[in-house]
Design a protein around this ligand. Sequence first.
Ligand code: AMP
Ligand code: GLY
Length: 423
Amino acid sequence: MKILVIGNGGREHALVWKLSQDASRPNLYCAPGNAGTAALAENLPIGAEDVPALVAWAKENQPDLVVVGPEAPLCLGITDALEAEGLKVFGPCEAAARLEGSKAFSKDVMEKAGVPTARFRVYTDSATAIDELEDFGFPVVIKADGLAAGKGVVIAQTREEAESAIHDMLDDGRFGAAGAEVVIEEFLEGEEASVFALCDGEHVVLLPPAQDHKRVFDNDEGPNTGGMGAYTSAPIATYEVMRFTKEEIVLPVLRELKSRGIVYKGVLFCGLMIGRKGINVLEFNCRFGDPETEVVVPSIASDLVPILMACADGTLSDDLVSLRTESATTVVMASPGYPGAYAKGAEITGLEAAEAAGCLVFHAGTTLKDGKVVTSGGRVLTVTAFGKDLRDAVARAYEGVNCIHFEGAHYRRDIAAKAFKYL
Ligand code: AMP
Ligand code: GLY
């Protein structure tokens, strides 16, 4: 069995790690991978967005399955291109990936499917957008339609901030084509949760709910990041929230897409806001979340290959997915300066000690240099631990973090603290 995983972050290391445990003992390839995946897979020197080169490699090497990590290649249609060559892929086709690739499309699907989401309107013209701002109240949320590397959402506290964000996107081309349309929507209050729905076009299996920590500093202060830590299960996502997510969100979306001739296979990441206005969808992503994957995927007890294959084949069922009962926490260690400009090339020590302490250390931004593991990204490592309960998992993850050193490393000290008030 040969499997190609596309991507180079902590998410992909966690997927490669889980696949490496599979009873089928697959030969793993990761494009382009990082120093962590290099220990478990053969890293290929092909970028995750170089669709023609990835397809050429797959055509020649005939993997039994291709697992696509990030959204960019999915939105570029890599699934369609691989399937056209007769290959099997975990990840939605280009038309289905628009649920992440176009916020206007995603909102339209939600509206037609009756999925609760923030009240919104789509604009291409700044004067009209500014004219209608009052309808949403303040704060107001302004979103570039297309992919903007996590930077396309502005929460404007005042009219001035909102106008400036609208001008940036619609008049000054801040995000290029991705910002040629904007979605303006009402601000929702509450707590966020990430729910991953495995989909085979028709059947849906939810994985345990997780919570990300997007701000860089403790107590949700400072600028947004790709995510500074995560834990599962998130108590905010109660049994009723999970039931609602499957029955009233994911299944209606799959049916709505099907009515448009689009089959959704892969994972549908539901970014939920749970609060006074009930359960609302903030966004869909067409892929696993990072760093949520670093807690959710290790929480799967069963083999991953049959699950991913079933998603591709249309044979997904609950009995393929059994879960570990412990809680899991992951803490992201970041480079000095992240999420702004950051240093690279710092040597990382203590990785073995963290593993000896029982942690899974997933590499997010690392590379090998002269046989040493050095930093190469903003988010460098995610340190995952299981525990008998969440407090135990948190304590164990920080034990691992304390073993690891690189110059200027920073991390949040309050991962999962939000959950404690429910426990
Ligand atoms: P998105 O890329 O749509 O997930 O937005 C990124 C982040 O912006 C979300 O994770 C939320 O923290 C925040 N956000 C997006 N939409 C809203 C909204 N309607 N109300 C409040 N916060 C939002
Ligand atoms: N952790 C949020 C994301 O992957 O988009």
